[in-house]
Design a protein around this ligand. Structure first.
Ligand SMILES: [Zn+2]
Length: 322
């Protein structure tokens, strides 16, 4: 029997699963992602959940034949590490992953991906047609994509291909993105930025609204909850839908996917309000073939499932590699 390990290193949680060669999950473990003191503490937490998942599966870590990791970015692929992660405290500069996991699992078959690339590997693996050309788009606290073209999951030299949330969509730069640049897709449409965007729109045109615009806890959830009964909330949802459609149209023109799976909390919690406006505007924006646009089939499990699928298919999600 061959055993495979999948790891999801997020800004909030670290998870690991252990499966057999049929992909059946035999053990799993989870822990909070340490906030410091340094990246080594995060590495140790990853090793800890992998050890616990192996124990639950009843195997020694050295019995695993391969491991896939889906991690927060940015990555240093050559070093097999996360480098200065944006969503963890500044004292965490480097999180070594590939080396320490190779030692623990006694294998060189350790595949490191950013979380959206793990997502596209998982969707590819679990999709009926095992497509060679597809995109996994996440709309959550950030916006990003994992892209598979002609059977290759695109990583880029440093592992950071697919940062589509930082494409400039608005030449006027009405909103500033968390990365510091103006007019980026994520600055309008991520879960963190939707309330900021709503506030800016409201300042331009202070119409009456039931949205708690001035409440410090005002969030994207409020906007979507009021959609349908509040004109201003509808306006925000329409604007967000328009930027999302523009971003997706750019992805279609750049990569020619057959299918785009959309995940991330904003999409998972509001599938119709997020997906419908994108589908509706495709024919107005796209000059080439329009792909299918669907909600992820793997929900919150997409990154850890993708990491496991990567371990089972040598980093590809291609089922012919099983
Ligand atoms: Zn940006």
């Amino acid at each position: 029997m061959a055993y495979y390990v999948g790891v999801d290193l997020g800004a909030t949680n670290v998870r690991s699963v252990v499966a057999d060669d049929e992909g059946e999950i035999l053990g799993q473990a989870r822990d909070g992602t340490p906030r410091g003191p340094t990246g080594i503490a995060v590495t140790e937490a990853v090793l800890g959940v992998v050890r616990r998942a192996c124990a639950e599966a009843g195997i020694d870590p050295s019995e695993a034949v391969a491991c896939g990791i889906g991690a927060i970015g940015p990555l240093d692929l050559a070093e097999g590490a996360v480098e200065n992660p944006a969503n963890l405290p500044d004292t965490i500069d480097r999180i070594p992953l590939t080396g320490p996991l190779s030692v623990l699992l006694d294998t060189d078959n350790v595949y490191l991906h950013n979380d959206t690339n793990a997502g596209v590997i998982g969707e590819r693996f679990h999709s009926d047609r095992n497509p060679d050309d597809m995109v996994y788009l996440t709309i959550s606290s950030g916006v990003g994509a994992g892209v598979c073209v002609d059977g290759h999951v695109l990583a880029g030299w440093d592992g950071n291909a697919g940062e589509v949330g930082h494409m400039t969509l608005d030449p006027h730069g009405f909103m500033t993105c968390g990365c510091g640049h103006d007019g980026h897709w994520e600055g309008y449409c991520s879960g963190n930025n939707i309330p900021k965007y709503a506030r800016e729109l409201h300042q331009e045109d202070p119409v009456e609204t039931a949205l708690p615009i001035d409440d410090p806890d005002f969030s994207a959830v409020d906007v979507f909850e009021h959609a349908g009964d509040d004109e201003f909330a509808d306006h925000v949802v329409d604007q967000v839908g328009h930027w999302n459609a523009m971003g997706v149209a750019n992805i279609v023109h750049a990569y020619a996917p057959l299918i785009i799976y959309v995940g991330g909390a904003v999409a998972l919690n509001n599938p119709e309000l997020i997906l419908e406006p994108i589908r509706e505007q495709m024919s107005d924006m796209v000059m080439s073939n329009i792909p299918e646009i669907q909600l992820t089939t793997l929900g919150d499990e997409v990154v850890v499932e993708g990491a496991l699928a990567s371990a089972m298919t040598a980093g590809t999600g291609d089922r012919s590699r099983l």
